[in-house]
Each structure stands twice: as C-alpha cells, then as structure tokens.
Design a protein around this ligand. Structure first.
Ligand SMILES: *Cc1c(COP(=O)(O)O)cnc(C)c1O
Length: 232
C-alpha cells in the first residue's frame, strides 16, 4: 500500500527526470535547454511537486486560473510565463503578475503590457509566430516579424527575448521538422541584429525531441509531465 502511494507520488518527478535524460541523449550534452513546465489545468499540489523536483519555470494559459495559483504558490525563484491567447483587457494583470509573456502577437497588446509594466523591471517577451499558416492559429506571420519588432522598439518595459511557436497539429515528423527549421532560420535572423535575443521556444510533449534537434532553447511540456490534463 505504501509502495503504491510512493510510486504514485513520484510520477511527476520521474517524468521530469526522463525528459532530462532524453534531452541529454539527444542534444549531445547541451545543458542550456530550458524546460518550461506547462501547468494549465493542474492543481497547486501537482505544481508544487514539480517545484520540489527542482523545476522553476511554469507556463499558464488562462489568466484567472493562473492568478489563483500564483497567489497560492509563493515560492522562491519561481518564474511564471504567460503562454495563452491575450485579450486586451487582460494586459494589466499579465503585466503585473508574470515574468515572461510568450504569446505576444499584436502591437496593441504589446503596447498595453508595456504601459502597465511601467513601475517594474521589464517583462521578458517572445513574439508568437504562426508557422503553420493556419488561419485559426494566432501568431505573427514570418514575413511580418521584422516590421513587428521595429514597431516594438519604443516599448522600454518589454525585453524582447525571442520567438515562440506552436507547429501544425500533426504527427508527421517531416512536416514538423520543416516548420522547426523555418523557425530556427527566423530566430537566427533576428538574433543577428539583437544580441539580447536568446530564446527559441518550440517543442511540446509529442515533439520536443525534434524541436531540440532544430535548436530549441526552451521547450514547453505539459501532458508529458502530468499525464493528460486534470481539472483542479
Ligand atoms: C498546452 C500548451 C503546451 C503543452 O502542451 P503538451 O502537449 O501538454 O505538452 C505548450 N505550449 C502551449 C502554448 C500550450 O498551450
């Protein structure tokens, strides 16, 4: 009985360990890859278990749900990333409560977050790219990225760190590789003109090993750590 209990308790920790082992094997010992634990729809208890396993970066998609958890989980060095779609009326609370926002894809939203971040250190920002060209997906089109970055230049309270993308909803490794390669190219291009850019956020539970092969510096993993989503 106790054995079963312990086994169940350490599932999250084991999944995290497995991810690091796979990363090590795959990336020829590039230990610089960051793991963002995507904790949407996960309970405080599960998030704390990941924290106790050494994780510090957590990603949330839904503002209200995230704010409740951020208040409850007040741990040293924890870093909250907003990764969901952003409505204009959410900008204030995102600016006030997160260290990163990875899903910037409209100038209006960038401008508002910049405004509400005035009295704090700059917020770290990734621009979300629509790499699959699906109309339903949010994100800046690749050919518009440079103009978008130029428009953001006056926003002093945003610190541009790189790009984030969700690829096509497919298991076809060739299609995924093609998209990750295109993202890598975009990333190199913008990094060339701005040495502060250091983040290529791509790869999720089902494709992070492919993403790492194409140079991801940050992967976002949810179900691969917690199992399928549970309701709080
Ligand atoms: C949910 C989500 C993830 C994690 O997806 P999994 O397949 O559960 O790993 C990563 N990035 C974003 C933007 C998400 O919304």
């Amino acid at each position: 009985m106790l054995g079963f209990f312990l086994q169940k308790m350490s599932k999250i920790k084991n999944n995290i360990k497995d991810i690091y082992n796979r990363l090590l094997k795959q990336s020829a010992c590039n230990l610089d890859i960051k793991l963002l634990v995507v904790s949407k729809s996960q309970s405080v208890k599960n998030i704390e278990e990941a924290y106790d396993a050494g994780q510090r970066l957590f990603g949330e998609n839904y503002l209200q749900e995230a704010l409740e958890k951020i208040q409850q989980i007040n741990k040293p060095k924890i870093e909250w990333h907003f990764i969901g779609p952003i409505q204009s009326n959410k900008c204030k609370l995102i600016a006030e409560n997160f260290s990163w926002v990875q899903s910037i894809d409209r100038i209006k939203v960038a401008s508002r977050i910049n405004e509400y971040r005035e009295s704090m250190p700059p917020i770290n920002v990734c621009i979300q790219i629509n790499i699959s060209n699906e109309l339903s997906k949010s994100g800046v089109q690749p050919h518009n990225l440079k103009a978008f970055i130029n428009e953001m230049k006056s926003f002093r309270n945003l610190k541009l760190r790189g790009i984030m993308s969700i690829p096509s909803n497919t298991n076809n490794p060739d299609k995924l590789s093609e998209e990750f390669m295109e993202l890598r190219k975009l990333y190199e291009e913008i990094k060339f003109s701005d040495p502060d850019i250091d983040t290529l956020s791509m790869g999720m539970s089902n494709d992070y090993l492919i993403a790492v092969k194409y140079g991801a510096t940050l992967i976002r993993v949810g179900s691969g750590i917690f199992g399928s989503r549970e309701l709080i």
